[in-house]
Design a protein around this ligand. Sequence first.
Ligand code: NDP
Length: 464
Amino acid sequence: MANFDYDLFVIGGGSGGVRAGRVAASLGKKVAIAEEYRYGGTCVIRGCVPKKLFVYASHFSESFEDAGGYGWTVDAPRFDWPTLIANKDREIARLEGLYRKGLDNAGATIIDSRAELVDAHTVEIKQTGERVTAERILIAVGGFANPHAALPGHELCITSNEAFHLETLPKSILIAGGGYIAVEFANIFHGLGVETTIIYRGKEILGRFDHDMRSGLHEAMEAKGIKVLCQDVFSSIERSDDGRLSAHTSSGKVLKADQVMLALGRDPNTKGLGLEAAGVETNHKGAIVVDDYSRTNVDNIFAVGDVTDRVQLTPVAIHEAMCFVETAFKNNPTKPDHDLIATAVFSQPEIGTVGLSEDEAARSHKELEIYRAQFRPMKHTLSGRQERMIMKIVVDAKDRKVLGVHILGPEAGEMAQIVAIALKAGATKDDFDRTMAVHPTASEELVTMYRPSYRVRDGERVDP
Ligand code: NDP
């Protein structure tokens, strides 16, 4: 058998790579991991974690407003952007340290450099030019924000990367896109007092979500003052004489703002990685093609996470990494399970969802029972806030199996996590019905909707 320097070489120190490297090393395998930027990857360094900290920051403006109805007087609160950035950076540095420590404690060799494939078993460490060999290689290099290079003036725009490090908070911002990042940042900036406009090419924001979540959130965002422009796109961006940016849209509008942010999807980070040299196949988007076990067409090379463009979510990358370790090092071939992935959009109000939307379910099931409630959460009664919560349960009429649960409102993400366990266990609507409510909560509505609001038969809505 050939002698290799390492049992496993991991390229990419994000959620998937670090998990796989740490767990494989803790099994006694000789592991090296290389990262060109900072350990923690998109999620920790410039994604989920700093984003959620910004979400918390942006919630305070509404909390101060709501406090009045409960008897509190909050005199002219002021917000200081540099304080938020500095505190956020400190927390990210702490988390990065934990990621490194975990790898170190497990005995992995940590390499602070870009690494590229030379052949199927050889990796070049770019900073030193050293070449090392490994029996198995895991590619977990993630993705990057699509710069939308076809847009004239795209170089004047920021992406989520820069949004985490702006020196000053803009007074106004235009955000292109209608996905997770566009919607979350629109709510963050608005909550921090920035005049915010979002522009989306489709009919309604958040294309892949249930239609009630999409329209409910759209209405709530507009009601609080975020401009939402649908069926339009930027055609060019220019710097005006006054230093601000002018964005021209395909419908002829000219919008002005201090910053323009592009949130138009993320692309796999595979350029220049040496995939051709190693014979690793990619698809038309540059994503690495893998089989059900995250194995590429080259037998000893695997890939997990965003670089494979399966489901671009941190917990999915971590799960794929754990399955990879089972498959590659524990003689227990394990396929990642991508069914019923719960997810949240940290907008205001938040969306939490698991399973099929009504429209998806209608395409694959003959008859559905739809349970839908729309109500003002109790907290908003004294605060006077008009925002409504929406809860929706999509049920297969044939066997009453719950196919999807969709929630718009405070803590929807937290609820989606819990309800996902029930769906994963195959819960029926009868199981929901015989579950005692927790009172008074908003989530009790999920177990007290006894009669369908309507049915969907052969794709058509009919009365219950
Ligand atoms: P998304 O795929 O969610 O959204 C991309 C948006 O850009 C869509 O609205 C898409 O429109 C639009 N778009 C794409 N290309 C163009 C174009 N050429 N012109 C105009 N519009 C265009 O990507 P994001 O960048 O928002 O996020 C990347 C990924 O990161 C997400 O898929 C998600 O998995 C993950 N993420 C998860 C979060 C969470 O879990 N809370 C938070 C942030 C990111 P259309 O809908 O018409 O295709």
